[in-house]
Write a protein that binds this ligand. Structure first.
Ligand SMILES: Cc1cc2nc3c(=O)[nH]c(=O)nc-3n(C[C@H](O)[C@H](O)[C@H](O)COP(=O)(O)OP(=O)(O)OC[C@H]3O[C@@H](n4cnc5c(N)ncnc54)[C@H](O)[C@@H]3O)c2cc1C
Length: 504
């Protein structure tokens, strides 16, 4: 009876979640009658169902002698900054995310070519908020949230058992006192055919790993006897689509890799490898004109081929531009900005311009009680009179910090429980002040634009000094001393010994 075997497997695994009686799990193994009872309960309360037999487990409502529970969806810049600042004497914290770490995205491009190691840009959640690993009522759940029952204060999630034998994903529910949606955004593809299938995005550590493996594979294959000239050129053509900061920084890293490492260690194929950056408008459009021109000059000097064009179709070995040009590629990296994810699109709440979750000046989702949204997934509602903030780490981080302080204040004043803070004074609203933008362009050069907006007055720097500022600024922003140490050592190792070119 395969369904029975699956049921037993799930029972064993889900038991681990009920670490303590304190957190009042809905699920108490192992009687079949009980399991069916909880399944029915979940279905009645709007929990997810479906399939022949759905067992819905999870964490029930917090009781009077327990701490109120903050459920955080996402472990990115916003969610992690919030978790870091939350007072765990007042709240239990439950984080639901498909990854157990935060990615320090500004340095992600450097890991694709071995300037930095992957672990240097990944910070485990248990280090950011130790209570998650030690407090009986706080947890990290490796799962995707796929539904929120705002009326009953319950989120429905699906586990992600990929790679754990023949386990099938299962649903579970978590009751919240406060819910923080920090689920980020998704890469935009503009509905272009073949992007998802053939291009690699650059948003997660596994994307950087895929890029590095593919780049090194192509370098090695192109050296093997029997590869035609044409195939060699295709394999070693790296195409980047999108001329924003991520696309430009990645192109700069690639050209540094080619000039400093490929020329020495893959000298047989050094004349075949090329980088092309395709952008529909102008590169780095959010930067000052002087800085943009400088970036173009530097990229061209480094051998990056800049193409103004619109991608129409992506095929396994070539892309087709709207003017009919075919561009063969061996590696295709897609970086054309972000938009709302499917999860955000499906949430039944008012949206901001651009389709993000609509929030007010206190980062609340005003249409539903006890729900907040921060980072790339949220945007101010038109009624607030504020502009939707850019999808940036500095916005997400500051929103996470502000919200942690707000929730702590509510918790200390007795407003931590569900529906208990409705008439409380929230104090100062969230105000964002842009600190400026930075981007590296390779060859120890960078741009630093310290202005509140493109039209405002301020300082803009370029060249080696900016590159030094860029490195120092990000080194100090890396979350832990462990990773700061890793990053510094990786930079030093690369300077002395070159980049790591092992394909593991
Ligand atoms: C390569 C790169 C370089 C960048 N460089 C800079 C820079 O130099 N400066 C800057 O200011 N910004 C930069 N950014 C942008 C910055 O990283 C984002 O603005 C920031 O990550 C947004 O934070 P967030 O917490 O909203 O979302 P994210 O950091 O994207 O985190 C979202 C989290 O939600 C999780 N999640 C998604 N769906 C669900 C779900 N259904 N249920 C539960 N969890 C879910 C994700 O797994 C992830 O953990 C860069 C981005 C990239 C990709």
């Amino acid at each position: 009876m395969p369904w029975f075997r699956t049921l037993i497997q799930r029972t064993t695994i889900l038991t681990q979640y009920s670490k303590s009686q304190k957190s009042t799990p809905i699920f108490t193994p192992p009687s079949l009658t009980q399991l069916l009872h909880f399944s029915t309960q979940a279905a009645e309360s709007g929990g997810s169902g479906g399939g022949a037999l759905t067992v819905t487990a999870g964490l029930g409502r917090t009781k009077g002698d327990e701490k109120p529970r903050v459920v955080v969806l996402g472990s990115g810049w916003a969610g992690c900054r919030l978790m870091k600042g939350i007072d765990t004497k007042v709240y239990d914290v439950v984080c639901v995310s498909p990854r157990n770490h935060m990615v320090f995205t500004p340095l992600l491009a450097s890991t694709c070519v071995g300037t930095l190691e992957f672990r240097s840009v990944a910070e485990p959640i248990g280090r950011i908020q130790p209570a998650i690993s030690s407090e009986p009522g706080s947890y990290f759940f490796l799962a995707d949230c796929h539904g929120v029952d705002f009326e009953n204060h319950v989120v429905t999630c699906k586990s992600l058992p990929d790679g754990a034998g023949n386990l099938e994903p299962w649903d579970f529910n978590i009751s919240y006192d406060k819910l923080v949606i920090a689920a980020g955004a998704e890469a935009l593809t503009f509905g272009i055919k073949g992007v998802k299938e053939h291009a690699i995005f650059l948003r997660e550590v596994h994307h950087a790993q895929e890029i590095r493996r593919k780049l090194l594979l192509n370098l090695m294959l192109s050296d093997v006897p029997g590869v035609s000239e044409e195939e060699k050129r295709r394999l070693l053509h790296c195409v980047v689509v999108g001329g924003g900061p991520t696309g430009v920084e990645f192109s700069g890293e690639l050209s540094d890799f080619i000039m400093n490492d490929v020329r020495q260690r893959y000298s047989h194929v050094k004349d075949y490898i090329h980088v092309t950056l395709i952008e529909a408008k102008e590169i780095l459009s959010s930067f000052d004109d002087g800085l943009r021109h400088y970036a173009v000059k530097q990229l061209v000097k480094s051998g990056v081929h800049l193409v103004r064009g619109v991608v129409k179709d992506v095929q396994p070995e070539k892309i087709v531009l709207s003017d009919g040009t075919d561009v063969p590629y061996g590696l295709l990296v897609w970086s054309t900005g972000v938009g709302p994810s499917g999860f955000v699109n499906n949430l039944d709440v008012p949206k901001s311009p651009g389709g993000r979750i609509g929030i007010d000046q206190y980062l609340r989702v005003p249409s539903v009680p006890d729900v907040f949204a921060v980072g790339d997934c949220s945007g101010f509602l038109e009624t607030t009179g504020k502009d939707v903030l850019p999808a940036l780490a500095q916005v997400a981080e500051r929103q996470g910090k502000y919200l942690a302080e707000l929730l702590n204040k509510l918790g200390h004043a007795g407003g931590g429980r569900a529906n208990s803070a409705n008439n409380m004074d929230l104090g100062k609203s969230f105000v964002y002040k842009h600190l400026g933008s930075m981007a590296t362009v390779g060859r120890y050069k960078a741009l630093v634009d310290i202005r509140e907006s493109k039209s405002a007055k301020g300082v803009s720097l370029k060249g080696f000094v900016s590159w030094f500022i860029w490195r120092s600024a990000y080194l100090t922003r890396v979350l832990s001393w462990r990773n700061r140490f890793y990053v510094a050592i990786n930079w030093l190792t690369t300077l002395v010994f070159g980049r790591d070119i092992t394909r593991i």
